[in-house]
Design a protein around this ligand. Structure first.
Ligand code: AMP
Ligand code: GLY
Length: 422
């Protein structure tokens, strides 16, 4: 089967590496891909924003499955337009991608289907939102409703901070994504990510992970797309995973189906595990980045039939076979990230790192030209170590990091601290 993978991040390199091992695969294309996917797929220049251009490419190259990595094309309805053109797509329809595209939609779904989450209210004006925040008191969480690249959430430690965030969002800081706002109860506990593969009707537990969203060591500084991750998350025991499937994933899937928007693809639940169990912070409608780079090295079966089964509405029975090993991914980012990453600095040692025992390397924002590898984005490289436990995975990942010589980049040195302490 020929497969087209959409996206250009570290997540897509990890997906391409896993898919390229499939005995079912004839040829893998990546649009646009990156210098890493170029080693296991053919990078092609197709305008992803033009859904008819993508469908034309699929017809010309007899694509049997399109795998959509990032959220933007999902929310824009790429999966719908491909299905209409007769091309199976991995990833939800536009209507089902609202689980990621609108925080208010997801909160209402939780309310209507008894999914545990923080108390909340939705607003379209700053005045009413501020009055609600004042009545609840701090800490309190303010969220722009729409997609804001992870930057639309403010965990306010004072009412004053919440009011300032509301002024910023309603003042247009996030454009249309901030026309509506959710103000939400602050949840206490330990965060974890849980991934379930869905086919519209059934869900299969896929894996757990923990992300590190803050840019600085000790979880300080501004939020980012993710500075590192590991899988599994020790807090996600078998019992806790079963509970999340029962209390969160399955009701969400049933709720979406009953609303005429069955969810197909990867349902990624951001969770807070507190005293009274798991609560939903948010849903994403796709694989996580960098969580995927830490999950896929643990997968001990063919990824392609799983994704195809999800797309065609017939998931295999499972369970998904995962190694009990831990894999831990360190993100190397360009100086200046997350605000204004410095582009064009040269990177050396990538092959040396990738050849080390228990290490895999994914490209994200890199560029290869004239024999030089340079930084071309915020998050640039992902180094994953795999080991019998979190400590060994961490040691291998940082050995890989230390094999890389790059003046213009940085990483956190504490990825996995929570799991290593346990
Ligand atoms: P989100 O984009 O919704 O995942 O939010 C980004 C981050 O903000 C989360 O990973 C949490 O660390 C934090 N956060 C979001 N909502 C809450 C909440 N209700 N209580 C505590 N922290 C939250
Ligand atoms: N790492 C978080 C995300 O993919 O949204």
């Amino acid at each position: 089967m020929n497969v087209l993978l959409i996206g250009s991040g570290g997540r897509e390199h990890a997906l391409a590496a896993a898919l390229s091992k499939s005995p079912m695969l004839t040829k893998l294309f990546a649009a646009p891909g990156n210098p890493g996917t170029a080693a296991c797929a053919e990078n092609v220049d197709v305008n992803i924003a033009s859904h008819s251009a993508v469908a034309d490419f699929c017809r010309l190259h007899q694509i049997g499955l399109v795998i959509i990595g990032p959220e933007m094309p999902l929310v824009a309805g790429l999966a719908d337009d491909l299905e209409a053109a007769g091309v199976p797509a991995f990833g939800p329809s536009k209507a089902a991608a609202r689980l990621e595209g609108s925080k208010g939609f997801t909160k209402d779904l939780c309310r209507d289907f008894g999914i545990p989450t923080g108390a909340y209210a939705r607003f379209t004006s700053a005045k009413a939102a501020k009055a609600y925040a004042r009545s609840k008191g701090a800490p309190i969480v303010v969220k722009a409703d729409g997609l804001a690249a992870g930057k639309g959430v403010v965990v306010a430690m004072s009412v004053c901070e919440a009011e300032a965030a509301l002024d910023r969002i309603f003042g247009g800081a996030f454009g249309a994504a901030g026309a509506s706002v959710v103000v939400e109860e602050f949840l206490e506990g330990e965060e974890a990510s849980f991934f379930a593969l869905c086919d519209g009707e059934h869900a299969l537990a896929f894996a757990s992970a923990q992300d590190h969203k803050r840019v600085g060591e000790g979880d300080t500084g501004p939020n980012t797309g993710g500075m590192g991750a590991y899988s599994p998350a020790p807090i996600m025991t078998d019992e806790m995973s079963a509970r999340v499937m029962r209390e969160i994933i399955e009701p969400a899937l049933a709720g979406m189906a009953s609303r005429g928007a069955p969810f197909k693809g990867m349902l990624f639940a951001g969770l807070m595990i507190g005293k009274d169990g798991p609560k939903l912070i948010e849903f994403n409608a796709r694989f996580g980045d960098p969580e995927t780079q830490a999950i896929l090295p643990r997968l001990e079966e063919d990824l392609l039939p799983l994704l195809l089964g999800s797309a065609l509405g017939r998931l295999p029975p499972g369970p998904v076979r995962l190694s009990p090993d831990t894999a831990l991914t360190v993100v190397m980012a360009a100086d200046g990230y997350p605000d204004t990453p410095l582009r064009g600095t040269e990177i050396h040692g990538v092959e040396r790192a990738a050849d080390m025992e228990g290490v895999t390397l994914c490209h994200a924002g890199t560029r290869f030209e004239g024999g030089r590898l340079t930084a071309d984005g915020g998050r640039v490289l992902n180094i994953t170590g795999r080991g019998a436990d979190a400590a060994q995975a961490q040691q291998r990942a940082y050995a890989g990091v230390d094999a890389i010589h790059w003046q213009g980049g940085f990483c956190r040195r504490d990825i996995g601290w929570r799991a290593v302490k346990k």
